[in-house]
Design a protein around this ligand. Structure first.
Ligand code: KG4
Ligand code: ZN
Length: 362
């Protein structure tokens, strides 16, 4: 019964979205941020409440999945309340619920998915399933409402490193991805071995500003002629370099290690995403994911964009980290494309990969 009504409402919204305001409630709980947002007409963020667990996990040096799920459970009701209050709307105003169902941590995702299912059922409104990574790409539509596909997106997060051709609001083509570690993962690992703390990305970014790029970690990019990436070799080279110094009782210059690692990590991202824009004759590059917050990557891409007449877009920092506004936006984009409607059998899908939902080119 629920699904019949939800489907009817979904079809109605799909048919009339140009002539009526649509309020989507987004829910995100894939990792260590509990977030709920209200987004109007897919582009106007009315609220975007993010309860971060970073402080809780920092003392363990990384996210502890069981601790993450428990904290999502503890705060999700309050996050909803605050989000509605900030948006100045009540639940009866919400037309659809969009929720991250993967990729992410099983227990953490389950909290958001079950919360979303209960709300959708209680309110008798459509439930829209959202791929977290596609949500990150959608953050660019919030930052830049006039942005329209097609464009190239560089996806750089803790779990993904990929170049994607965004064909339309629901179809993406994978052009290249990492063959081993993700770039954010490499940042976190390097920070850990340097004893700088968690999450590593922002700390390495900051520390690199104090150093020089004067250490060569990887002599040759074996994937130079492809759109794929590899960060495991670079990460291991940094670890070996530090071990070697330790054996000789030499203190590393931490800032130089950060600057040299970062220069190498970012170079591949910049070179390959610009090359992809040229190959597919697209003039817009939209960067997405947690690592899109990196100041050096932003600077290098802006410079390369200017040189190659490519318009490089980044979401503001608050939309680079995990947040529910991007999930609501992606949910809306699905809705206006007639896609993404889910029934109550929706389950958390930890390994939901770009490859599951993205057409593969090569
Ligand atoms: O997108 P995200 O919040 O989580 C995933 O969906 O994976 O990305 C988190 C990643 C972490 O690896 C974090 O260290 C990295 O993004 N990150 C950064 C910066 N801020 C966050 N990496 C480099 N520079 C930053 N400023
Ligand atoms: Zn993320």
């Amino acid at each position: 019964m629920y699904y019949q009504i939800a489907k009817e409402k979904f079809n109605n919204l799909y048919a009339n979205y140009k002539s009526q305001d649509i309020y989507v409630l987004g829910i995100e709980s894939s990792c260590d941020e509990t977030s709920i947002a209200v987004v109007k007409n897919g582009r106007e963020v009315l609220s975007n409440v993010i309860a971060s667990q970073i402080d809780i996990h920092a003392r363990f040096g990384g996210v502890v999945p069981e601790v993450a799920s428990r904290n999502h459970l503890m705060c999700i009701n309050n996050v909803l309340e605050e989000s509605l209050k900030k948006a100045n709307v009540t639940l009866d105003k919400i037309n659809a619920i969009a929720v991250t169902y993967g990729a992410g941590l099983m227990g953490a995702l389950m909290v958001g998915v079950n919360f979303a299912k209960s709300l959708a059922y209680a309110l008798n409104i459509p439930l829209i399933k959202v791929n977290h990574i596609k949500g990150h790409i959608s953050a660019n539509y919030l930052a830049c409402p006039e942005l329209k596909p097609p464009f190239i997106s560089l996806v750089v997060s803790g779990g993904h490193t990929a170049i994607v051709k965004v064909e339309d609001y629901v179809t993406n083509t994978l052009i290249g991805s990492t063959i081993d570690d993700a770039v954010g993962e490499a940042y976190d690992k390097v920070s850990k071995v340097l004893g700088l703390g968690y999450p590593g990305g922002p700390i390495v970014d900051k520390t690199a500003k104090l150093g020089q790029n004067n250490i060569v970690f990887v002599k040759k990019d074996i994937l130079k002629n492809s759109f794929n990436f590899s960060y495991s070799g670079l990460k291991t080279a940094v670890i070996n370099y530090l071990h070697n110094l330790k054996q000789h009782n030499i203190q590393p210059n931490v800032a130089d290690v950060c600057a040299s690692f970062q220069a190498e990590a970012v170079k591949a991202l910049v070179d390959k995403s610009i090359k992809a824009c040229k190959k597919f004759k697209l003039k817009t590059l939209a960067v997405a994911g947690g690592v899109a917050a990196n100041s050096y990557l932003r600077q290098e891409l802006i410079n390369a964009g200017k040189l190659n007449e490519i318009d490089v877009k980044f979401p503001p920092l608050i939309l680079c980290t995990d947040n529910a506004a991007m999930i609501a936006c992606e949910g809306y984009n699905n809705l206006i494309s007639g896609c993404g409607l889910s029934d109550l059998s929706l389950t958390a899908t930890p390994n939901l990969n770009l490859k599951y939902e993205i057409k593969k080119l090569f």
